[in-house]
Write a protein that binds this ligand. Structure first.
Ligand code: PBG
Length: 326
């Protein structure tokens, strides 16, 4: 043994205090953005079947939810609308009395310090469930941009603090930036879903937001999961067009992409820990196959270590609670 040369890595793991002394990555409740699904109508609180603990809420149930969120120290929410009426061109997305606009006004009036992030997309509002206008059986890019700009401006008018376009049309950041500026919203940042893959992990979300495409899929606008360089091209154009934050989505299977984006660009990077990732953890935890708290905290820590500055996650309330207890 005497002549062996090796490093004593275990020296820095010898006790809880020693480990905490050399810890490199921290989770903070301020890192979390919590998604909310707002329903039209009254007296509704529907648990999403595939997402235990996540509810579609009508406005009268929003106060209790917001009190809980704020009480836990969560500073930001991401709003999705589930309208009663859908049509070909997603009118409710950019209507002044659309459900997201109503919810935004309510939150900004009653919880002014909370950051409201508005998801800017049409798929929850269109009868066909696609993220833009349909022409000749596919989503038409440029005519969809006009409606997305209207949606973003109407969300900003309602008081949204951040516009988060998730539609994956080409040029959406340029169009929305120009539209916001023209309407006087120079200071409203764009959190772009810059890198969004056509993922099976969105399945449970589509139950929650009632946004499953009625024909075809999203593969002509969302990215092929096999591609890495394409992520850089997507992020690059969004940076050029004026994005203020870059989202990578989904989360767990795409941590390499998060690191690429972090290393290549100087903007805050946001990871979206999506519905399918949440459902898998919840299902395994319900069966007592995993330790939910440890699994969730390890996943979220891994996302930050990979380079995410912020995490959009359905686990936010639980994680905030666990961070408080620690
Ligand atoms: C809207 C949108 C989707 C998600 C966020 N915004 C669904 C989709 O693109 O089909 C998915 C989020 C999740 O799965 O948690 N386009």
């Amino acid at each position: 043994m005497k002549d062996l040369q090796f490093s004593r890595h275990r020296r820095l793991r010898s006790s809880a205090t020693m480990r905490s002394l050399v810890r490199e990555t921290y989770l903070r409740t301020e890192d979390f953005i919590y998604p909310l699904f707002i329903l039209e109508g009254e007296n509704k609180k529907n648990e999403v079947k595939s997402m235990p603990g996540v509810y579609q809420l009508s406005m009268d149930n929003l106060k209790a939810e917001m009190d809980e969120v704020v009480g836990l120290g969560i500073k930001s929410v991401l709003l999705f609308g589930v309208p009663d009426e859908k049509d070909e061109c997603g009118t409710q997305a950019y209507h002044d009395h659309g459900i997201v606009q109503v919810a935004t006004r309510y939150i900004k009036e009653n919880y002014p310090e909370v950051i409201v992030v508005a998801d800017t997309c049409l798929c929850e509002y269109t009868s066909h469930g696609h993220c833009g206008l349909i022409e000749n059986g596919d989503v038409d890019n440029d005519s969809s941009l006009e409606l997305l700009v209207q949606t973003a401006v109407s969300q900003a008018q309602a008081g949204a603090d951040i516009i988060a376009p998730s539609n994956m049309m080409d040029g959406f950041v340029a169009a929305i930036r120009a539209g916001l500026d023209e309407a006087g919203f120079h200071n409203i940042p764009i959190m772009s879903y810059a890198v969004k893959y056509a993922s099976a992990f969105y399945g449970p979300f589509r139950d929650a937001a009632d946004s499953t495409p009625q024909f075809g899929d999203r593969k002509t606008y969302q990215m092929d999961p096999a591609n890495r360089l394409e992520a850089i091209r997507e992020a690059e154009s969004d940076v050029d067009e004026g994005a203020d934050f870059l989202i990578v989505k989904p989360g767990m299977p795409y941590l390499d992409i998060v690191r690429d984006v972090k290393n290549n660009f100087n903007l805050p990077v946001v990871i979206y820990n999506v519905s399918g990732e949440y459902s898998m953890v919840k299902a395994a935890a319900a069966n007592d196959w995993i330790d939910e708290e440890r699994i969730v905290m390890e996943m979220l820590t891994g996302m930050k270590r990979a380079g995410a500055d912020l995490i959009i996650t359905y686990h936010a309330k639980d994680a905030a609670r666990w961070l408080k207890e620690q």
